[in-house]
Design a binder for this molecule. Structure first.
Ligand code: CP
Length: 355
């Protein structure tokens, strides 16, 4: 997490200089869609599916100001002063959990993270009962990660019956991870300027990936051409229905790509063996310097983390300052989550045009 604490002088990715400076001068949001609350009329942020392109762009525009803000030495506002944010992570996390905590704290919210391993979940309390009890404490925002697809929609339905509290999906099973897709999009936009005409290859364990699902929908909504690159065993059978172009050979899938997003093998969601061995997987699907030469010379390499070096990506690629935006993605994660927390609480805070 150290990248978010560095200032703009010490943390400017090498080939991001032009776009970063251009974007950081845009202190004001620049969306030309509907006005006020009609820009983002949703109580919750549960999935990218169904989001309008201007809703996505609006959140990205809002996040820009927080990128600049987070690069200052002092980073504290009272935007969410008096509001309560509960983080509820049923599944392990480093980046998403910490960045939601930091985002809420920097906006001035009272942030509590429930330790699920020490909670009454361990005594058999159901997800619905847990959600009802937390909603009864009158939080304004609940951020949830859960290992089951659809669990967070269930929590949002329960919470909506009680309060106007916003529920944010921090990743549910293999379904969606909307704030990861938003931070990926912000990273790409700051480097490439726009999405129109870009070819983006998402490579690896597509079958078990909520990041891939959210990114497919978001990147196509904003005009990118998206490829899914995976071994046949890790490619969803309905991949073409999702509107992306499937490739089972890495070199073909990487050809002339502007952006490559690598995914890890998500062993925790696998039942049985999907690849003969991690060594063989790396041989055929690992992103090495040699393989990356098939992409465009100014290719941007990304990874949502956690990375498994020497399995899906070589260290020399992951750490290449001229190519890799992996640490920058983490920095963008705080800004995107600050934008989501701000926007989703505007109505509750009685902000003009939103109440
Ligand atoms: N990208 C991502 O969701 O990472 P964490 O699991 O560490 O939150």
């Amino acid at each position: 997490m150290s990248a978010v604490l560095l200032d703009s002088q010490s943390f400017t990715p090498y080939h991001a200089v032009l776009m970063t400076n251009a974007s950081t001068s845009a202190l004001r949001p620049r969306n030309s869609g509907p006005e006020g609350a009609s820009l983002f009329p949703n109580q919750h942020l549960l999935m990218i599916a169904g989001m309008k392109p201007w809703e996505i762009t609006f959140l990205l525009d809002e996040a820009e100001q927080w990128v600049n803000f987070n690069r200052q030495t002092r980073k504290q506002t009272d935007v969410l002063k008096g509001l309560t944010q509960i983080n509820l992570f049923f599944e392990d996390s480093t980046r998403t959990r910490m960045s939601f905590e930091i985002a809420g704290q920097r906006l001035g919210a009272d942030v509590s993270s429930m330790a699920v391993a020490q909670s009454s979940v361990k005594k058999g309390e159901t997800l619905i009962d847990t959600a009802q009890n937390l909603a009864a404490m009158r939080p304004d925002i609940i951020v949830v990660r859960h290992q089951e697809s659809g669990a967070i929609q269930l929590i949002a339905d329960v919470v909506s019956a009680y309060t106007r509290c916003a529920v944010i999906n921090a990743g549910d099973g293999r379904h969606e991870h909307p704030t990861q897709a938003l931070l990926d999009a912000l990273t790409i936009r700051r480097h490439k300027g726009s999405f129109e005409g870009l070819t983006i290859a998402i490579c690896g364990d597509i079958l078990h990936s909520r990041v891939a699902r959210s990114n497919f929908q978001l990147l196509m909504a904003l005009g990118a051409r998206v490829r899914a690159v995976a071994p046949p065993t890790l490619m969803p059978t309905d991949i073409e229905r999702l509107g992306v172009e499937p490739y089972t050979h890495m070199d073909d899938g990487l050809k002339d790509a502007d952006v490559v997003i690598m995914l890890r093998l998500q062993q925790e969601r696998m039942h049985g063996a999907y690849v003969p061995s991690t060594r063989e997987y790396y041989y055929f699907y690992g992103l090495t310097d040699a393989r990356l030469k098939h992409a465009k010379p100014d290719v941007l390499v990304m990874h949502p983390g956690p990375m498994n070096r020497g399995v899906e990506i070589a260290s020399s690629v992951a750490d290449a300052v001229n190519v890799s935006a992996i640490t920058e993605q983490v920095e963008m994660g705080v800004a995107v989550r600050m934008a989501c927390l701000d926007v989703l609480t505007r109505q509750a805070r009685g902000i003009e045009g939103w109440a």
